[in-house]
Design a protein around this ligand. Structure first.
Ligand code: HAM
Length: 419
């Protein structure tokens, strides 16, 4: 038997229906906020993700890279932002608008160690607001993230926020960190030993070294913000306060991608049994990503949520998102002639928008009835010899068990009344 690749999963119909309901819920919310959907390719030229400044594990170690038949280097997207920015630039979306507000939904691929809430193919629901460096826009994205989670009725939602400052702040902070970590070099993993000079911020986020006391005690980015960067951060917090968003400053938060500057944040919900996977979404502000990918000097801010984590959180909290859609009817017949009449009615009722089905295997009436019970329709419609001759339908309300003879018009009215 061939099995699915490690870190992937199948969504069977009863799960898919819940995902569809979740997607519809999120899309409606985002459209109300004025965001429009964008769909970009699942694979991109590798240099969309593998940029000189991007040294995160996620991009350096966890991407699926391959050469196509013409020897082009391509990468399955590990996240949505870089591809959306590539498209924003290529399609010159910056030309005629102030802030471009986009959302997207789709699969991403990371070669990670699979565990609950962590897959090699996973779905993200993401949002990007591109075109301005604005503390209130950063705050709006955080407020939106908070709203996304609370709109799902998830409780104990927490927003953790930090600032990595502007380029000057980060340059200074990196110098301080390099000097701080140099004496501990031998105690760091081989990758972090290289990071000391190249990109010491990543050490704070390293899966291997994160737990070491000297890493925990390392200087924090907030301590090295320039006055301008600090003022920007305080503005973001002020806007959050004015929108009544509850947040917690986490001065150790650095996020797992290197394109962030200024605001970074994550949204958690405290859900029993979730452990480290209680981070439902995360995002932040990026100042150089658009220009690095060949666009103008424009900032953006965004967030992405893991759909599987959202769904698992909803399930763990026993929140019902997909309303049960009981079919309208099931048709029962007795022989070839009544089957044909039933099929004709089936098509007509479906054309009118009613959901129903019939047994195609010509089972006995008793066995058709068993099928019907499994299908759980609101009404059973029975077509027999008498019904055909006298031009009526026998209709049984499955809930009340009441049975009546109805003309076609009365039947439509009845089905319509319960929709
Ligand atoms: P990220 O934090 O890497 O950010 O991913 C966002 C969310 O995707 C995570 O909080 C988590 O819920 C989900 N996620 C990440 N990896 C996995 C995985 N292997 N399995 C299941 N779920 C996963 C980004 O991707 C940024 N692009 C967010 C962003 C948008 N920043 C600015 N704009």
């Amino acid at each position: 038997m061939i099995q699915k690749p490690k870190g992937t999963y199948d969504l069977l119909p009863e799960e898919t229906i819940k995902y569809r309901a979740l997607e519809n819920h999120l899309i409606k919310l985002l459209e109300n906020y004025g965001y429009e959907e964008i769909r970009t390719p699942i694979f991109e030229h590798s240099n969309v993700f593998h940029r000189e400044s991007e040294l995160s594990d996620m991009v350096v170690k966890e991407t699926y890279n391959f050469l196509d038949k013409a020897n082009r280097s391509l990468t399955l997207r590990p996240e949505g932002t870089a591809g959306v920015i590539r498209s924003y630039i290529e399609n010159k979306l910056y030309a005629n608008r102030g802030i471009t507000k986009l959302f997207y939904l789709g699969p991403n691929f990371r070669y990670e160690r699979p565990q609950k809430g962590r897959y090699r193919q996973f779905y993200q629901f993401g949002v990007e607001a591109i075109g301005a460096k604005s503390a209130s826009l950063d705050a709006e994205i955080i407020a939106l993230s908070y709203k996304i989670i609370t709109s799902l009725n998830l409780k104990q939602v927490k927003v953790k926020i930090n600032s990595l400052g502007d380029i000057a702040s980060r340059t200074e902070y990196k110098k301080i960190l390099t000097n701080y970590f140099l004496p501990y070099k031998e105690k760091l993993c081989p990758d972090c030993q290289n990071r000391i000079t190249q990109n010491p911020i990543r050490i704070l986020d390293c899966k291997i070294d994160q737990g070491q006391t000297f890493v925990k005690n390392a200087p924090r980015p907030l301590e090295y913000l320039t006055p301008e960067a600090l003022a920007y951060f305080n503005d973001v917090l002020g806007y959050l306060d004015s929108m009544d968003i509850i947040y917690e400053i986490d001065d150790r938060l650095v996020r797992g991608l290197d394109y962030y500057g200024h605001t970074v944040f994550e949204v958690e919900a405290h859900i029993k049994g979730f452990g480290a996977q209680n981070i439902l979404g995360g995002g932040g502000h990026y100042e150089s990503l658009v220009s690095e990918l060949g666009g103008p000097e424009i900032s953006g801010v965004g967030v992405a949520f893991g759909m599987e984590r959202l769904m698992q959180a909803i399930d763990a909290e026993k929140i019902v998102i997909a309303k049960e859609q009981r079919p309208d009817f099931y048709l029962l017949y007795f022989d070839e002639t009544t089957k044909k009449a039933a099929l004709s009615l089936l098509i007509e009722l479906r054309d009118l928008g009613f959901k129903g089905d019939i047994d195609h295997l010509e089972r006995s009436f008793k066995n058709q009835l068993k099928q019907a019970i499994n299908y759980n329709p609101k009404y059973l419609i029975i077509i027999g010899e008498d019904e055909l001759k006298e031009d009526y339908y026998t209709v049984k309300d499955v809930s009340t068990e009441q049975q009546e003879k109805l003309t076609y018009e009365q039947l439509i009215k009845k089905l319509g009344a319960v929709k």
